[in-house]
Design a protein around this ligand. Structure first.
Ligand code: ADP
Length: 381
């Protein structure tokens, strides 16, 4: 295989030293060396300005412009190339200063130093290339980061526009829906003439659909309020046990119809927290509603645990449960996993999660397929 060509700039005022180094390089097998020899710092800069070099071997003791000044000049001119200094004495302080000024390495000019030159070149070239690659990657990463930040900004802007759009549309839907419901109610009550049993049935079907639509609209409005940061909490002292009892009363009829028992594991005393009563009610309604909806056989158990500084609420059902991967997804908007046949919007859990988060609480679900689900949330007192 052909050897890689390496252009070396040898800055050496002593012709014998220069010759010895050149000879050493000719014998070295690592590269096919193309050595340009100059005798002063001024000539070195002139050569570098004319052609690119892979490496420079720069004598520290030069007659007019010193090795140190030449090195500084190379760096000031931003010439991208590794420089190895050939120092005259084994003076650590000089070496430290040279490295500080940007030399990649240094070689003291002791007896037989030229034997080390080829190895020094190989090592320096490898280090320089690694450093160059590292810097290139760092630049690339910084560039990608900027690009991603830009894209993220744009996406956030689009997301905001989309949320505004949804909020507007949903808002506009509310008025006609209220009107449809009111008129339907009037027809149902016979204000527009006697209603035949068959017509009653149709009205009842339409009512169900309209109510579902109204629920979706109201859920979407809630979500868009939360997302735009417009949902304000009206915090007051709330007894979680009393609130849970109140919500459960509302589910008594459905539970009896479904033959699902709702069990309560409540503390005997009040458990007061500071919360928005209406919003918290919504969380209980959504979670208990789901528990009942998904349980066809068995119980739903609501547990309240009074803990130090917080309250824990668990809603355990005997429904189908879910796969581990679904337990996180279901808190995202419009995700419906096993519910294709059950009525719902896929918004109940995201709303519950947002409300809990607004209260600085946390919510999660423990579930396994066939073993029911336990929705657990904690709220600070
Ligand atoms: P919805 O119930 O209106 O579809 P949710 O946001 O309340 O919307 O729930 C999202 C999905 O999470 C449901 O469609 C269902 O797939 C799953 N899920 C929620 N609660 C339960 C539960 N108790 N048991 C099993 N799956 C549930």
């Amino acid at each position: 295989m052909a050897k890689e060509k390496l252009k070396v700039l040898l800055v050496e005022d002593n012709p014998t030293d220069a010759l010895i180094v050149k000879k050493k390089l000719q014998k070295d097998s690592a590269f096919d060396y193309d050595v340009m020899h100059v005798v002063s710092g001024e000539d070195a800069i002139a050569a570098l300005e004319k052609d690119p070099y892979d490496i420079a071997l720069l004598d520290y003791n030069l007659p007019k412009k010193s090795g140190m000044d030449t090195l500084k000049d190379i760096k000031a001119k931003k010439i991208e190339m590794p420089v190895v200094m050939i120092t005259g004495q084994s003076d650590e302080a000089v070496a430290v200063e040279l490295m500080k000024q940007g030399a990649m390495d240094y070689l003291p000019k002791r007896e037989g130093y030229e034997d080390s030159v080829p190895l020094m070149i190989r090592k320096t070239i490898a280090e320089f290339r690694a450093k160059y690659e590292r810097e290139r990657l760092q630049k690339e990463i910084a560039l990608r980061k900027d690009e991603l930040e830009n894209i993220n900004q744009k996406l956030m802007e689009l997301d905001r526009m989309k949320s505004d759009f949804v909020a507007n549309v949903v808002h506009e839907l509310r008025t006609p829906l209220t009107l449809i419901k009111a008129n339907l109610d009037n027809i149902d009550k016979g204000f527009a003439g006697e209603v035949q049993p068959q017509q009653k049935e149709i009205i009842s079907d339409v009512f169900r659909v309209v109510n579902r639509l109204a629920r979706l609209v109201s859920d979407l409005l809630d979500l868009s309020k939360i997302e735009s940061g417009k949902m304000q909490l009206k915090k007051e002292v709330v007894d979680v046990v009393e609130l849970a009892e109140e919500v459960l009363k509302g589910f008594d009829k459905v539970a009896v119809e479904k033959k699902v028992a709702i069990k309560r594991e409540f503390p005997k005393t009040v458990v007061n927290i500071k919360a928005d009563r209406d919003k918290l009610t919504q969380v209980f309604v959504n979670l208990i509603g789901n528990g009942l909806k998904f349980t066809d056989k068995g119980d739903v158990t609501v547990t309240i645990i009074d803990l130090q500084g917080e309250v824990q609420v668990e809603i355990l059902d005997a429904g189908p449960g879910m796969e581990k991967e679904d337990t996180e997804k279901i808190f995202d908007k419009f995700v419906r996993v096993v519910a294709e046949k059950k009525e719902g919007t896929g918004l109940g859990l995201p709303i519950a999660k947002d409300i809990i988060t607004l209260h600085k609480g946390r919510i999660r679900v423990e579930s396994e397929p066939g073993k029911g689900s336990n929705f657990i949330f904690n709220l600070p007192k």
